[in-house]
Design a protein around this ligand. Sequence first.
Ligand SMILES: Nc1ncnc2c1ncn2[C@@H]1O[C@H](COP(=O)(O)OP(=O)(O)OP(=O)(O)O)[C@@H](O)[C@H]1O
Length: 289
Amino acid sequence: MSAPPDCATAVRPAAPAGPEHEPLLSVRGLRVSVADGSEVVHGVDLDVPRGSAAGLVGESGSGKTLTCRAVLGLLPAGVKVTGGAISLAGTELTALRDAERARLRGTHVAAVFQDPASYLNPSITVGRQLAEVLRVKAGLGRRAARERAVELLAAMGLRRPGHVATQYPFELSGGMLQRVLIAMSITADPELLIADEATTALDVTVQAEVLELLSELRRDRGLTLVVVSHDLAVIARTCETVHVFRDGAVVESGPTRRVLRSPRHPYTRKLIDDHERFGIARVRERSPR
Ligand SMILES: Nc1ncnc2c1ncn2[C@@H]1O[C@H](COP(=O)(O)OP(=O)(O)OP(=O)(O)O)[C@@H](O)[C@H]1O
């Protein structure tokens, strides 16, 4: 496991004053250790203002997923939070019991990951699976859940939603499946949605469409987004702030535009240089302010 990097050059955006501007999600000094006792997340700080979209970027193994899983209360077996605090809408999460964390999942914080098919039952139609989540998480009756499932599929931009509801996961494309998973994740109106490499497996056009859907949900429902990607172009497209992870620590944070135009940490500069070859320069111009 790698040692914590030198964070002397870490740059953070100033937090606005006043309780009404308190971030929806605030992570302070988060430390995570794995089963053999070694620390893999070394004191991560994140502030995500309500209604904003924050990107977590960095190479594979830099601690993005474990940070998000710590927020969700879904760490793998043997992996533990060993320090720090995680506050969601003013509630300190690390102090809660497992059952309370489980209750918050879906209703306050939800997530979508890569490989949506693995989160669906292959032998049940997507409409029935979505209706079941609506019954359990949103407390709807059988019929209301069925109707709401079709409405939600339509709201996710799926054409012929009534037909899609009758299809099995294997009949849908990767982009369609991710839309179904996004529908499931927002059934109980969570405030925060974490999209962890949710578009990585999709081809570029479908990826752009799913990212647009996430941005629409943010606009229309006031959803706060945390978008995890190793791809700076995905973050540039969706997020107005970015947190750059390296070796289990955040080495630079700031407005996406500023970070992409004038990176202050040498690792951020290297990430951008690597992306230049794949056309990040164009994306830079389009990134939200
Ligand atoms: N269950 C686990 N047991 C032991 N080590 C783990 C476990 N999960 C993750 N790690 C280690 O913790 C570190 C951080 O992993 P994490 O998955 O958070 O990185 P990441 O930035 O999300 O990378 P990726 O983009 O590849 O998912 C890595 O060194 C990884 O090998």
